[in-house]
Write a protein that binds this ligand. Structure first.
Ligand SMILES: [Zn+2]
Length: 283
């Protein structure tokens, strides 16, 4: 089954939600991954959390969820484009146990890039013990409406998936919201994620009808390109790039998301800055 996210809402309750399945994307992210299992698991969880968060946005170019700390896990980042392209990567300290609960100065940042040169929006929350708890805390602190995330990632079977529900403004008993979050919180992953949502969701609130919207297709996609790497090298400046070239004989840049490698030989570097030096100034 190809990757997807799918929104739903209860017709008589102020609650919306979404689910996602990202096995192919997760498999692709782990293809060349050689880190410890806890980092592999976190990559799947942050991918699922990002795909679910995106279902709450009407219009954006990119949505980025990023955890960072001064401890063993330096960076964990996932990104989704409006077209449904997902990518993720992590940076960590070799030999140190990666445990979100013990990371010093750990933050989760959610960035919405609306595109068209409009201003980015960023929200921050202290990282909690899991990606899901961090997202829950983010909604509790920064949004008007509380939300609950259940995320699943298994590096062995390369399965990544998630559910999320959000309480919207409107009349709802606190106890009902409690029941709903409990429904998604308890039970093993298999019970929740192996069941078709058509069968699972009606069980959350027996007797209340739930509407499931058509799925949005998602897939792994990386926006890196030779042109972007060239722009990045130009931004570094001729002097620095030529220094590295002299030391290493070639400039080699590997994309941290997709592991694509871009090589710039001496002649490429000369061309890179020749274009810049020759460029006609228009003003
Ligand atoms: Zn890439």
């Amino acid at each position: 089954m190809p990757d997807f996210s799918q929104r739903f809402h209860w017709e008589t309750l102020p609650v919306r939600g979404a689910l996602c399945r990202l096995d192919e994307t997760y498999g692709r992210v782990l293809r060349d991954f050689q880190g410890p299992p806890p980092v592999a698991r976190l990559l799947g969880e942050i991918l699922a959390g990002t795909a679910l968060l995106a279902t709450t946005q009407n219009s954006y170019e990119r949505l980025i969820v990023q955890a960072q700390s001064q401890g063993a896990l330096r960076l964990l980042v996932a990104e989704i484009s409006q077209a449904g392209g997902l990518r993720a990567y992590a940076r960590w300290q070799e030999g140190e146990p990666v445990d979100l609960a013990t990371l010093p100065d750990a933050l989760l940042a959610i960035t919405v890039d609306p595109g068209l040169d409009r201003e980015r929006y960023q929200g921050l929350v202290t990282l909690r013990d899991t990606v899901a708890e961090s997202l829950n805390a983010y909604f509790a602190e920064s949004e008007q409406s509380p939300a609950f995330f259940r995320l699943m990632a298994d590096p062995q079977s390369r399965q990544a998936a998630g559910y999320f529900v959000q309480r919207l403004p409107g009349v709802m008993e606190a106890a009902d919201w409690q029941l709903l979050t409990q429904f998604f919180a308890v039970g093993p992953d298999a019970a929740l994620f192996n069941m078709a949502p058509e069968d699972l969701l009606p069980q959350a609130f027996p007797g209340e009808s739930v509407r499931l919207f058509p799925p949005q297709a998602l897939s792994f996609s990386c926006s890196c390109s030779r042109q972007r790497v060239a722009d990045m090298l130009r931004a570094l400046g001729q002097e620095e790039v030529e220094e590295t070239l002299a030391e290493q004989g070639v400039i080699s840049v590997t994309c941290e998301y997709c592991r694509e490698s871009y090589r710039f030989e001496a002649s490429d570097v000369a061309m890179l800055f020749k274009e810049e030096n020759d460029g006609a100034r228009l003003h």
